[in-house]
Structure formats: C-alpha cells, structure tokens
Design a protein around this ligand. Structure first.
Ligand code: HEM
Length: 125
C-alpha cells in the first residue's frame, strides 16, 4: 500500500471525524432527537475505526513509535482525551454549563492533533 495515499486517507478521515463530532455537539443543543438516528450513531464508529487503523498502519510503515517520536505520543494522548471528553460531553452533563466547555475542549483535541501531525511538534502553535 502506498504511504502517501494512506496518509491522505487518514487525513481525510480526520477532517471528517472532527466535522461530524462538531456537528453532533451542535445538534445535541439544537436537535437532540437527531442524535438517535441510526446513521449518526454508526458513522462516527466507522470513520474513527478507519482513522485509527490508517494511523497505526502509517506509524508501522514509517517505523515511527511514540517512544522515539514525542509528537506521536502527544497525538495518542490527545486521542484518549478526545474520546473521554467527547463521550462525557455528548452523553453526560445534560443541563450543566460545563457541557459546552467539555465539548469545546473535545473539539480542540483533533484540531491540536492536525497541527501536531503537520509540524511534528508537541507544541505546534
Ligand atoms: C483524531 C485523531 C487524529 C487526527 C485528527 C489526525 C490527523 C492527521 C493529519 C491531518 C495528518 C496529515 C498530516 C500532513 O498533512 O502531513 C496525519 C498524519 C499522520 N498521523 Fe494522524 N491523526 C489522528 C490520529 C492519529 C493517531 C492516533 C496516530 C498514531 C497512532 C496517528 C499517526 C499519524 C502518522 C504516522 C501520520 C503520518 C505522518 C507523516 O508521514 O508525515 N494519527 N494525522
């Protein structure tokens, strides 16, 4: 498999993932019933599984490891934070003002990860 093709697939899935998550975050305020739609429940799992499978394949193909690439370790840590904040923000804290803060922090994670991926720096700003 071609590394560049896989990298573009990974990046494309990453943009799709963050767009879909931000859409679901907005819908949870404006049209919460829509979040129960089958497509909106399944699509994030399919996209995120593909995103992660491509990520691991890229890292293996390039011989990159979080042990010797701090930016990769930072991405993995941010991924775990994205999953935790996203789950708490969408599924818990209903009626709490903290929900918006948690959702905003969740959306910030993949944006940070994109910047890290492009610069290979733990602090890319
Ligand atoms: C939400 C999660 C993620 C997002 C938003 C994301 C985003 C991106 C983007 C946009 C690129 C392309 C960078 C470029 O244009 O050069 C990229 C590359 C890459 N990502 Fe991710 N990524 C995510 C998760 C991960 C994870 C968990 C890993 C590691 C297991 C990973 C490993 C890589 C690798 C190895 C590359 C290729 C680096 C290169 O060859 O230049 N990504 N990522």
């Amino acid at each position: 498999m071609d590394y560049q093709v896989l990298k573009h697939a990974h990046a494309g899935l990453a943009y799709l993932s963050v767009t879909l998550f931000a859409t679901r975050a907005v819908l949870s305020y404006t049209r919460p019933a829509l979040l129960q739609a089958r497509a909106l429940k399944i699509a994030p799992h399919v996209i995120d599984t593909g995103l992660l499978a491509a990520a691991i394949t890229l890292a293996v193909m390039a011989g990159l490891s979080p042990h010797n690439q701090p930016w990769l370790a930072a991405k993995i840590a941010a991924l775990l934070a994205y999953i935790a904040l996203g789950t708490i923000g969408l599924k818990k804290l209903h009626g709490s003002p903290w929900r918006a803060v948690v959702l905003a922090a969740a959306v910030a994670m993949p944006i940070y990860m994109i910047a890290v991926a492009k610069t290979k720096l733990v602090w890319p700003f």
